[in-house]
Design a binder for this molecule. Structure first.
Ligand code: PLP
Length: 280
């Protein structure tokens, strides 16, 4: 288990990550990630005057360990952001790779687990690595599985000394009493708030199989969305779906689209609309 001193809450995991760069990044420091990934990381880097280095992912959106090794050796990052499951691709990271990154860097390794609750049974959460790795920070949020994005509550688990460093850069007074009360209430009603997660995982896996069976390329997903392609004109498909009343995301590398998993009725509406817009 984690002690209170190993946990830090902030206004969304966005703020946690900004604070991580305020504490461990900054002028003369470097942060690194592997794209396509969460598009806000370079923004936090810019805001904190941290040099930003973008590695790439393989065709299947996994991280190539050899590429990661070379990039880390060449760039000597102070902070590495590893997103698992990744947004927008849904890809979970092999814990062995996370351990290797920790061993290769002298800096902080952040594992952004915003979508962790939606994972399949494997791979396990990086929280299991905390006891042995004092430079690891695992971030989570109530914005996804708890469906509480508007409450702006994110949190991190890390070594006490790392949490202390975040405390130094936080704004005075930090989390409002309302935010704290909301977070506590959400935790008290945890089971109810997370009740849909299991159904959603089943729905996600069914959707991924359906898309594959129709001949799409489908990224393996451990998140609450499925990333699929490849479209010569993805905007046309996105627009066609929207015209049919189904809004998905046109995000990430060109040719791919990201569909969030909703209720069975919503997914049926998506399937019907996609068949009309992109008959095959
Ligand atoms: C990978 C990832 N991390 C972090 C966040 C930020 O979440 P929040 O600041 O709402 O906790 C998001 C939101 O889209 C995300 O996709």
């Amino acid at each position: 288990g984690l002690s209170d001193a190993q946990v830090w809450a902030a206004n969304g995991s966005n703020e946690v990550m900004m604070q991580i760069l305020q504490a461990f990044g900054g002028p003369g420091r470097t942060a690194l990630s592997f794209a396509p990934t969460y598009s806000m990381y370079p923004e936090y880097a810019r805001n904190t005057h941290t040099r930003w280095v973008q590695g790439v992912r393989r065709e299947d959106f996994t991280v190539d360990p050899q590429h990661a090794r070379e990039l880390i050796a060449a760039e000597q990052p102070d902070v590495v952001f590893l997103t698992s499951p990744n947004n927008p691709t849904g890809t979970a990271l092999d814990p062995a790779l996370i351990t290797e990154m920790l061993n290769l860097t002298t800096g902080i390794v952040v594992v952004d687990e915003a979508y962790a609750e939606f994972r399949r049974d494997e791979p396990p959460t990086a929280l299991a690595l905390l006891a042995e790795h004092p430079r690891l920070i695992v971030t989570r949020t109530m914005s996804k599985a708890f469906a509480l994005a508007g409450a702006r509550i994110g949190y991190a688990a890390a070594h006490e000394a790392v949490i202390d460093a975040l405390r130094i850069v936080r704004l005075p007074y930090h989390l409002s009493a309302v935010t704290q009360a909301t977070g506590l209430a959400a935790l008290q009603h945890r089971d109810e708030l997370l009740a849909k997660v299991d159904d959603l995982r089943v729905e996600r896996d069914q959707l991924a199989s359906w898309l594959s069976a129709r001949g799409y390329r489908v990224a393996d997903s451990d998140a609450n969305f499925v990333f699929f392609g490849h479209f010569p004109d993805r905007h046309k498909v996105w627009q066609g779906l929207l015209d049919a009343g189904v809004l998905i995301r046109e995000t990430g590398p060109d040719g791919w689209l990201r569909v969030s998993v909703g209720t069975p009725a919503e997914m049926q509406a998506f399937r019907t609309a996609l068949q009309e817009v992109d008959p095959r």
